[in-house]
Design a protein around this ligand. Structure first.
Ligand code: TYD
Length: 404
């Protein structure tokens, strides 16, 4: 189910304008089996809006989260570096904010419990997550887990005014009714409770021109400026902010009731950086849309030239973001290789490109390899030295087309 937005999700202003239109496409993680290929494939508009009141950046048409997250097959534990990052986060939060094992730690969207399991043994914890599969794994680890979507109603029932820590990692970009979610967080926090969340920063997406990270799962593309205003509206003060190089860059934002914790210079540093890039101005987003169009032209030109010369182009990695790129540009790839067993044998949503295990490249030598998982370009070059010598042309599509 799709809802078209006629107001800003953060401040409810009606003064929102479209700044980027990527066309209509299926959800980026809706990979198809061979049997699915003959069936109708639902597509939804992918357009980005800017709020002239609070400067928030968000999708113009929002899918019902139940259609995406109930049968979600993403598990945090599948990504080693992310698990390590979360374990370090748990240690740091426990040291900084937890005084006794009786202090309640709630995680919203805690997935398979990869973060909560790293809190000291015996700590009172609660995971709230809608994914049937992830909840099973979280429960199997002995973590008290509530299966369901988070909202202010469930917050009141589960933990009214009693949580010392509320954590929400990679969630604040995904919940369409973000105002109700923040109300829910405020409802759960004890008087000296801390709300800490990690979210991708729009500043990073903007600076890297990583527009392929725009897809239906990501409803919001946050700046601290817009988030801060929202949190303040619900009585929360941002008192600290750190950034970490995870999938580009995430902001880790700390908020609490005003005056409870000293304010560091992290938030003002981030705000200054956002101001210096003019992320509060509509024309900046129009320039950004122009850059997106330029990359599309480059990629289409590359693809047309390859076709004209009879050269083959194979995709390396089938990330969700690759599907935004393929569907928006319409470029042709002969096939894709990916290490994920669940994706092998399937076809990309919309573009219908077949996905094979990487071993196919042991016997096949395409003319070009396009690195769709470009956020791992460094690791891929390192790991694929032999292939790189053999193929010669590793093409990276972002921020503008370049050769690895
Ligand atoms: P991911 O980084 O999770 O991006 P997204 O959030 O956009 O889906 O996905 C990376 C994909 O690339 C994943 O399907 C695994 C694949 N991959 C490879 O096939 N080989 C590699 O060496 C790497 C690093 C990733």
């Amino acid at each position: 189910m799709l809802t078209h937005r006629d107001h800003c999700g953060l401040c409810h202003s009606k003064d929102i304008v479209r700044i980027l239109d990527l066309g209509s496409m299926p959800p980026s993680n809706a990979f198809l089996t061979k049997a699915d290929l003959g069936k109708p494939e639902p597509v939804y508009p992918l357009e980005v809006m800017f709020c002239r009141d609070c400067t928030a950046v968000q999708l113009g048409a929002v899918l019902d989260p139940r259609d995406i997250f109930t049968d979600y097959r993403y598990f945090t534990s599948a990504s080693g570096p992310l698990v390590q990052h979360f374990h370090r986060m748990a240690e740091s939060l426990a040291q900084r904010f937890i005084e006794s094992s009786n202090d309640l730690v709630v995680e919203i969207g805690g997935n398979d419990g990869s973060l909560l399991e790293a809190f000291p043994k015996g700590q009172r914890v609660l995971n709230i997550d809608p994914s049937v599969n992830a909840v099973k794994m979280s429960l199997a680890k002995g973590i008290p887990t509530h299966k369901g979507f988070f909202d202010s109603h469930i917050a009141r029932i589960l933990a009214s005014k009693s949580a010392k820590l509320v954590i929400a990692n990679n969630v604040m970009a995904h919940i369409p009714d973000i105002r109700d979610a923040v109300l829910g967080v405020e409802t759960m926090l004890a008087p000296d409770g801390v709300f800490v969340f990690e979210v991708h920063s729009f500043a990073n997406l903007f600076s890297q021109s990583g527009w392929d990270q725009i897809y239906h799962e990501h409803v919001y593309y946050h700046t601290l400026k817009a988030l801060k205003r929202l949190l303040e509206e619900f009585g929360l003060e941002v008192f600290d902010l750190e950034t970490y190089p995870i999938h580009g860059e995430v902001m880790r934002v700390y908020a609490a009731r005003p005056g409870v914790y000293p304010v560091t210079d992290g938030p003002s540093r981030q705000l200054r950086m956002e101001m210096s890039w003019y992320l509060h101005r509509e024309d900046t987003y129009r320039d950004f849309a122009g850059r997106v169009e330029d990359t599309k032209k480059q990629l289409v030109h590359f693809s047309d030239e390859a076709k004209r010369c009879g050269a083959s182009v194979v995709g390396y990695g089938a990330p969700a973001k690759g599907n935004t790129l393929l569907n928006y540009t319409g470029i042709h790839l002969d096939y894709i290789v990916d290490t994920t067993p669940e994706k092998q044998g399937c076809f990309t949503p919309g573009s219908h490109i077949e996905i094979f295990p990487p071993e196919k490249l042991l016997t096949d030598t395409p003319d070009h390899l396009m690195i769709l998982a470009w956020n791992y370009a460094g690791e891929i070059k390192e790991k694929e030295r032999v292939l790189h010598d053999r193929i010669g042309s590793f093409v990276v599509p972002m921020p503008t087309l370049w050769y690895l």
